[in-house]
Design a protein around this ligand. Structure first.
Ligand code: ATP
Length: 269
């Protein structure tokens, strides 16, 4: 087996239909999808490919899912790393991982590279306690130089996710780097209902489960929270040996999730 860690994901492909709501984000990203599907057409028109897209939004709002869906819609391979992998790595290891991933993706171009938790490596340089952090800085510099080094025929789009755009090094946001921003918000009521629809599609619901009512009572829940809610409801039904998921299972699941959120709040206070 290849000893080098592979970056390519070959999970079942996602599409925009797997994401409820976020219509503006989808609209903005459709342009990138078209480009990836048909690079030579755009190149002939002299259009430059957007290199980097920054996806900004709170945890669980589907940033990763959206990046996968862009790859799925365009039918191109998806490579991913997370900023948090690079914490406490030996100097030089992070930079070489970045170099290897970009090399793989270039070979398979057109392709998407996804960097989750960009802020973990992309914090403003020299701003941390004790000034510079060699390893992180080298990794960040490697990302910047890879993005600057694409040649025009390499159709690789780098998508990165963060919930802390305010701490990012301004060098990341310069033209030719992450110069496009796509925002994902917590879902409003109607989007919550549709997200619940997606995540209960293959679950046996009793006829009196009203997803619109569940959506009304889950203000502030992210897409990930709603997915979790549907799963917890199924688990409560299972514990009662019920054949169907009943409204009360959703109530129990909601209380459990809200209680967990409260506990986290208390612990972090
Ligand atoms: P984090 O910042 O915590 O990494 P994220 O914004 O990248 O989170 P995802 O990991 O993409 O969020 O979302 C987690 C899961 O929540 C998704 O795999 C999906 O199942 C569900 N989800 C989130 N948003 C939506 C949505 N709009 N529609 C359907 N499912 C969603």
């Amino acid at each position: 087996k290849n000893k080098a860690k592979r970056f390519r994901e070959d999970d079942p492909q996602k599409t925009f239909a797997d994401i409820a709501g976020s219509d503006n984000a989808k609209k903005d990203l459709t342009e990138i999808v078209d480009y990836l599907k048909n690079p030579s057409y755009y190149q002939r028109l002299g259009a430059k490919l957007p290199r980097g897209v920054l996806m900004v939004g709170p945890p669980g709002t589907g940033k990763t899912l959206m990046a996968r869906a862009v790859a799925g819609e365009a039918g191109v391979p998806f490579y991913s790393i997370s900023g948090s992998e690079f914490i406490e790595m030996f100097v030089g290891v992070g930079a070489s991982r970045v170099r290897n991933m970009f090399e793989e993706a270039r070979k398979e171009s057109p392709a998407i590279i996804f960097i989750d938790e960009l802020d973990a490596i992309g914090r403003s340089r020299g701003a941390g306690v004790g000034g510079g952090h060699d390893e992180r800085e080298q990794t960040l510099n490697q990302i910047l130089s890879e993005m600057d080094g694409f040649s025009p025929h390499e159709t690789v789009v780098v998508m990165a996710a963060t919930n802390r755009p305010d701490v990012l090094d301004p060098a990341l946001l310069r033209p030719g780097r992450f110069d496009r921003k796509v925002t994902l918000d917590r879902p409003h009521r109607e989007a919550r209902e549709r997200i619940l629809g997606i995540h209960t599609k293959s679950k046996p619901l009793s006829d009196d489960v009203d997803l619109a009512a569940v959506a009304r009572r889950t203000v502030g829940f992210s897409g990930a929270d709603l997915e979790n809610l549907a799963n917890e409801a199924a688990l409560f039904a299972g514990r009662e040996e019920s054949q169907l998921i009943e409204p009360r299972h959703f109530d129990l699941a909601r209380d459990k999730i809200l209680m967990g959120a409260e506990r986290e709040q208390v612990l972090s206070d």
